[in-house]
Design a protein around this ligand. Structure first.
Ligand code: GTP
Ligand code: MG
Length: 585
């Protein structure tokens, strides 16, 4: 379906022309018909000679209603610029053309109407000259009279050629339907209308209302007044919604595929029009059918940061326009460069940002986004309008390859540094490393671990992390002699302290399996229990505690817990008279 918005000065014959072409009444309101003037958007459609359908969004020409006009043209891919032969180029001809140019509308027609009242030749030429310096420079021009019907057949054929020239819209991808009208129908509930530019709608489709995120379901669909099960782009569509009250959705809202878009109230844009530095601090941003006040902060010569008064579902590459409502002046067209720009906190950040933006053109660029962001979730890029190809580094995380290599090096340094500061720990905890590297997700730390690093029990260490830390090894060497010759004589506390085995060193030696902790600080070489069983097996069975103590050449402090350990391990068995036997001797 070809969807065309009208444009042009008040009373130049836009609605009359739409009426003549379609036989439908675009001025819906009684007040409009009484005053002979369009106030709000009108909708009409017809079939072209080729059989294709054309739908018109008829806009008001009066300067007071420019915001309505902008809501009409915003989501529409083509425009019909209407100029009256007897009046010629007028202020709203210029303002409407400036708006279309700002939005980058490149498809359309120039129609000089009321050709029965004056020779259309000079106006065709004059208006054509105005269009020549805009996005509509290549459009065909037709002269018509809606009263006599002269030129209408030629106009229909020109509309057919226009329909054939328009690029085909994509049925894939998420839906963003800018609402241009909402009303209630008895028995049906809330109905909204809009121009579906891409994606597909079906009865039953789940959507969310932009801004509130409120879920809604498509209860019924109409395409050009006819009920249907499914609508593809481009099309005028009326959507009957389940689950939303009429006052919860209005012009300027959008219906979105869930999770298809991020709402943003901060964007960086490129401006075509007035120099950035000359803009007032507040303007109105028009995009889709929405109009939102914005605070303007110039960054570079032609780049701006805009703070929106309410968030909108915007994508990189979206076209919008800035208008000064007080001055009736289109300040310029903007192209969205970034929908999630970094905050500008430090001195010089704005200038640095301007330099980055200078290299961006509004075309989604995956490699560039990764380079600028380092790490980013694939879903966030998709929601910003960047198609994602390539594998994530983990989960949904995408990384710039160079940044990822650098993080790998920093991780190795951080692990080595941690080992120096905490020589007794078996590696650095993942959470500590996450904070050191300022990463948003622990899984990223784990994904960065490469040999010789390894991940074990929530820590990252070198592969020999289980080996004894150097200070512990040195202390144990001093005890080796006494531990081998008298393995059941647990060293006393002062002896342990003398060789440098404090609580943490003992912990490390126990974790490493070199020492066995019987109780508190009663420590034996880790092979002591097996050795004890061999000694006890040589005693006459059963044996007493005292006999065991003597055979093992130790004290009660060691013998009691050691025998209890052997009982628990099933190596010895305690009898009712408190003597023991070695099991299976
Ligand atoms: N003679 C003649 N009169 C026309 C023609 N087209 C429109 N008119 C008259 O011009 C006047 C304005 O026409 P509209 O169609 O309401 O103009 P418009 O551009 O829709 O005006 P707004 O919606 O208010 O911007 C009406 O009185 C029409 O009858 C034409 O081709 N010939
Ligand atoms: Mg009108």
């Amino acid at each position: 379906m070809l969807v065309v918005a009208t444009a042009g000065h008040v009373d130049h014959g836009k609605s009359t022309l739409v009426r003549a072409l379609t036989g439908m009444e675009p001025d819906r309101w009684a007040e409009e018909r009484r005053r002979g003037m369009t106030i709000d958007l009108g909708f009409a459609w017809t079939t072209l000679p080729s059989g294709a359908t054309v739908a018109f969004v008829d806009v008001p020409g009066h300067e007071r209603f420019v915001p309505n006009m902008l809501a009409g043209v915003g989501p529409v891919p083509a425009a019909m610029v209407v100029v009256a032969a007897d009046e010629g180029w007028m202020p709203q001809s210029a303002e409407h053309l400036a708006a279309l140019d700002a939005l980058g509308v490149a498809y359309g027609l120039l129609v000089v109407t009321r050709a029965d009242l004056a020779d259309p030749g000079p106006v065709l030429e004059h208006a054509g000259a105005h269009l020549a310096s805009t996005s509509l420079r290549d459009v065909e021009a037709v002269a018509v009279s809606a009263v006599t019907g002269a030129g209408l057949p030629q106009l229909r054929v020109a509309l057919d050629r226009l329909a054939a020239r328009l690029p085909t819209a994509s049925t894939d991808g998420p839906v963003r339907l800018w609402v241009d009208r909402s009303f209630t129908m008895r028995g049906s509930g809330t109905v909204v209308t809009g121009t579906l530019g891409a994606g597909e709608l079906r009865v039953g489709t789940e959507l969310v209302v932009a801004g509130s995120g409120e879920p809604v379901r498509v209860r019924g669909l109409h395409r050009l007044g006819q009920p249907c099960e499914q609508v593809g782009p481009v099309a005028r569509v009326a959507v009957n919604l389940r689950g939303v009250a009429r006052d919860r959705i209005a012009r300027g809202d959008a219906l979105l595929t869930p999770d298809g878009f991020a709402s943003t109230d901060l964007i960086d844009v490129r401006l075509a029009g007035d120099p950035a530095a000359d803009l007032p601090a507040t303007l109105t941003l028009h995009v889709g059918s929405a109009a939102v006040p914005v605070r303007v902060r110039p960054l570079g010569v032609d780049t701006l940061r805009l703070r929106l008064a309410r968030p909108l579902p915007l994508l990189i590459g979206d076209r919008a326009l800035l208008r000064d409502p007080g001055r009736h002046h289109v300040a310029g067209g903007v192209t969205v460069l970034d929908v999630a720009p970094p905050p500008l906190r430090r001195r010089g950040a704005a200038a640095a940002r301007a330099a980055v933006l200078a290299g961006m053109d509004g075309r989604p660029d995956l490699a560039g986004e990764l380079r600028r962001r380092g790490l980013v979730r694939a879903a966030d890029l998709r929601r910003a309008g960047v198609p994602v190809t390539g594998a994530p580094v983990c989960g949904d995380w995408l990384a710039d390859p160079e940044h990822w290599r650098q993080l790998g090096r920093r991780l190795a340094d951080a692990v080595a540094d941690h080992a120096r500061r905490h020589p007794l720990e078996p590696g650095a905890p993942v959470e500590v490393l996450r904070q050191r590297l300022d990463l948003p997700d622990r899984a990223l730390v784990e994904a960065l671990v490469r040999a010789p690093l390894r991940l074990a029990a929530g820590r990252v260490g070198t592969a020999d992390a289980d080996a004894l830390p150097e200070p512990v090894a040195r202390a144990l060497a001093l005890l080796r002699e006494e531990l081998t010759t008298r393995p059941f004589r647990a060293p006393e506390a002062d002896r342990l302290a003398a060789v440098g085995l404090g609580t943490r060193e003992i912990g490390a030696a126990v974790r490493a399996g070199v020492l066995l902790r019987l109780t508190g600080n009663v420590l034996l070489p880790s092979g002591a229990p097996q050795q004890a069983v061999r000694v006890l097996a040589t005693l006459p069975q059963p044996f007493t505690l005292s006999a065991a103590r003597q055979a093992l050449d130790t004290t009660r402090r060691v013998a009691v817990p050691l025998l209890e350990l052997l009982d628990r391990q099933g190596a010895t068995r305690r009898l009712p008279d408190d003597t023991r036997m070695v099991v299976g001797r």
